[in-house]
Design a protein around this ligand. Sequence first.
Ligand code: 13P
Ligand code: SF4
Length: 362
Amino acid sequence: MGDSSQRTTDELREVVDEIRKEAGSRLAIMAHYYAPDEVVELADEVGDSLALAKKAAASTADAVLFCGVHFMLETADILMNAPEKLEARNGRRALVMAPDPTAGCPMADMIAFDQAIEWERQLATLVDVSEFTPITYVNSSAATKAFCGERDGAVCTSANAEKVVRDALRKRPKLLFMPDSRLGRTTCLALGFSHDEIAVWTPDVPLGGNEPEKLRRARAVLWDGYCPIHQKFSADVITEIRAKNPDAKFWVHPEAPREIVDLSDGYGSTTKLLQVVADAAPGSTLAIGTEWKLVDRMRRQNSDKTILYPGATPSVCEDMSKSTLEKVAIALRAWRDGEPINVVTTPDEIAASARKALASLL
Ligand code: 13P
Ligand code: SF4
């Protein structure tokens, strides 16, 4: 870290401000809601995965410092460097840089391209796979998105999953959904599927652990990935909150297990959860089931409301926490000095196929 680790927060902010002033519209700083406060406060754009993907696609900046996790940067790189965008920049690539190159998403890593191919191969021994549209949650690698793009599939986020799945079902009657089985189930149920029509595919187990008949009947086959952070909510804590606060409303992110969604008054993306809190009447009590840093920020920004946490302990996404102010300053200085670090690039062939699937976000 060198001398910058000695700097105070104010000094680091000054470094960032100075570089931004000098760069003007050539630079944009983007942050997901789960990033630390110190970077959310200074970002040009703060949002959920869908909003940030759209902002990146529309950005005319030469460089984006993205305070999120790897799949978000890959998505931004693919969208910012689409052929027509490259042409407008006379062939110059937009740079998408991470404050910390190790910030990943454990759920995105739960399916690899080869596993998706093997999934399809095994299914093809039982069913007509051309009846299935592959849909990947945006929390996935570019290669997984490419798998979907090559098969006329799509990408969804927590904010548009129902729309994307509904559109897919107009084209083909069945779907493969990856890697989040929780979002997949909740979305399918919202669209009228029964639990019986949904199969869950356990990775690296023959037929995903299913009886052949279950797969022949299934209208949706879900890859069994999940977000570890959103599995930590507790039915007991929710029951206790409800017993003590009969008027409390409980809202949760759809990455939570279905049993927890079933106990809720509603679910939605981080933007939706923020909206629910903002719209609640002063004096009301809410329990919000999502990443702790965001819920804690909601609490501080809504002191006229009581915001409870439906878990026994705070569930923090440590990968999202890696985008510290200090690392932001280091990455920006490197970029200003002409030696950018932590640049995310996606090989052209993968990017081209992934871009087809990403069209569903734009
Ligand atoms: P959204 O902000 O898109 O709801 O997603 C939450 C999340 O887990 C991002 O990784
Ligand atoms: Fe991935 Fe969960 Fe962290 Fe989101 S909160 S980045 S889904 S591990």
